[in-house]
Design a protein around this ligand. Structure first.
Ligand code: ADP
Ligand code: MG
Length: 461
């Protein structure tokens, strides 16, 4: 049997690589260093002779042992036990291995956090359809071979279509597959505010070292992900910093990915030299999901929430929400919470009832206080119910007052109507809030950036 396995080894590895779609780098790092050692009592022993020894062994065991077992069994047509160990002359300490396994997990979590990523955004949870397949394939290729193929990768598309999901998937994939890779995700808003803090703050003069440290942070990465790049329009210093960081990374063959709500050519208030850079690699778009994709996304989402819903309910949502995946998901969660409140089963009737306020095709474009509050909540990653509450921590009061400011600016609703919506008894609170934001915008540049960006989110053109 040992001889047979040795003979078939190249074929087994080939199968493993193809079947489980291992990247070249993963294959080279983890699989090639494995040698067939012995076969006794139906147990096949492999030796891992990779550079990283103990920590490598732990990782290979965790990630590839099961897959290898399948590939081997497939080839020799027999069930076996599989053991992967280090060469004889290495001391193995079980406790050390257990600790390492834990550390590996912790260290991946830490790296995800340091990269500013959210681990829920992965390629695995991204539903591919005809609207996004090219963006998905090129993102995956960029993640597998950072800096080598599509550089920069520029992904554009409308609101709620999965740009953030994809760009973050790239980062998460790179971190999970390359233990040494450095990834950094940022939004252009966050980046702009960092630049303002560094350069614009005259009162609090920043030292040269802070500036160097800031630039180092962005230049010292293998993959830089900048989300919603459109918001740097008319921000000269920000554009200059991005231009310089871009050039530096590009020369070093480091991967850069941007997302935007429109293609580079249609971006206004951005220097030509930067637009040229955006167009230097590959530009791909995501458009509205077609019916099949909407159904697939809904099914996946329902499943992940632990629900097995009737086709008719999913069809109803898919037919009524066509232009935005976030709304699609939002409708589903609304139906679910509706059924919890009413303590009834989820039926088509219930779905219709739950969504009746949202389905008004001709009003979709109109800016309402509700839509403003939704945008502000989403922007600050807090819930609508926290905005419309009396919670007094700064985390909520500022976004709430920004809602007051924006509702007055963008709608004809009366102060009283706005107050009712925001659950305030006194409508004077609304004008107070508005004035406070107007004043703050004059002194607090970061707040002004956020409000400017919110205005663009409310009314993109
Ligand atoms: P964008 O950044 O383009 O505005 P997001 O990436 O934030 O959009 O997507 C909005 C929501 O829809 C997120 O919860 C995201 O996970 C989900 N989503 C978008 N596209 C898909 C997809 N193809 N498969 C699964 N979920 C998706
Ligand atoms: Mg986004």
């Amino acid at each position: 049997m040992l001889e047979e396995i040795k003979e078939k080894w190249p074929e087994i590895l080939d199968f493993l690589k193809q079947e489980f779609e291992l990247t070249d780098i993963s294959f080279k790092t983890w699989i090639l260093p494995l040698k067939v050692e012995s076969f006794e009592n139906n147990t096949l022993t492999l030796i891992f002779s990779g550079e990283t020894k103990m920590s490598g062994l732990v990782y290979v065991n965790k990630k590839y042992c099961q897959l290898l077992k399948i590939a081997i069994e497939e080839s020799i047509n027999k069930e076996i036990n599989l053991e992967i160990t280090l060469p004889n002359d290495t001391e193995i300490n079980e406790e050390f291995i257990d600790n390492l396994a834990d550390q590996e997990m912790i260290s991946l979590e830490n790296r995800i956090q340091e990269a500013n990523l959210d681990k829920k955004y992965t390629f695995d949870s991204f539903v591919v359809g005809s609207n996004n397949d090219i963006a998905q394939v090129t993102s995956l290729a960029a993640a597998e071979s950072p800096g080598e193929i599509y550089n920069p990768l520029f992904i554009y598309g409308g609101v709620g279509l999965g740009k953030t999901h994809l760009i973050q998937s790239i980062g998460n994939f790179v971190l999970a597959n390359n233990p040494n890779a450095k990834v950094l995700y940022t939004t252009s808003e966050n980046f702009t505010n960092e630049v303002i803090d560094l350069l614009g703050n005259k009162k609090n003069k920043t030292s040269q070292e802070d500036i160097i440290e800031f630039r180092q942070k962005y230049r010292n990465v293998d993959v830089l992900l900048i989300d919603d790049i459109q918001f740097i329009s008319n921000k000269d210093r920000t554009q200059e910093e991005i231009f310089n960081i871009y050039n530096d990374l590009f020369m070093k063959h480091k991967q850069i990915v941007f997302t935007s709500d429109r293609k580079p050519k249609d971006m206004e208030g951005i220097e030509d030299r930067l637009i040229n850079r955006f167009e230097q690699g590959l530009t791909v778009d995501i458009h509205n999901p077609d019916y099949e994709t909407r159904m697939a996304i809904l099914k996946r989402k329902a499943e992940s929430l632990g629900y097995d819903l009737d086709e008719s309910v999913l069809q109803f949502i898919a037919n009524n929400f066509t232009a935005n995946v976030r709304e699609l998901e939002g409708s589903l969660t609304r139906i679910i919470s509706f059924s919890k409140i009413k303590r009834t089963e989820i039926t088509l009737e219930l779905a219709k009832d739950a969504l009746k306020d949202l389905i008004s095709p001709n009003q979709e474009e109109k800016i309402t206080c509700e839509s403003i509050i939704n945008i502000v909540a989403e922007h600050y990653q807090i819930s609508v119910s926290d905005i419309c509450s009396s919670k007094r921590s700064k985390e909520f009061t500022i976004p709430r007052q920004i809602c007051m400011y924006l509702c007055i600016e963008y709608t004809d609703d009366t102060l009283k109507q706005i107050a009712t919506l925001l659950k305030k008894d006194n409508h004077a609170t609304i004008s107070y809030g508005k004035n406070k934001i107007s004043k703050l915008m004059k002194t607090d540049a970061a707040l002004k950036t956020s409000v400017d960006i919110l205005k663009k989110k409310i009314s993109p053109n």
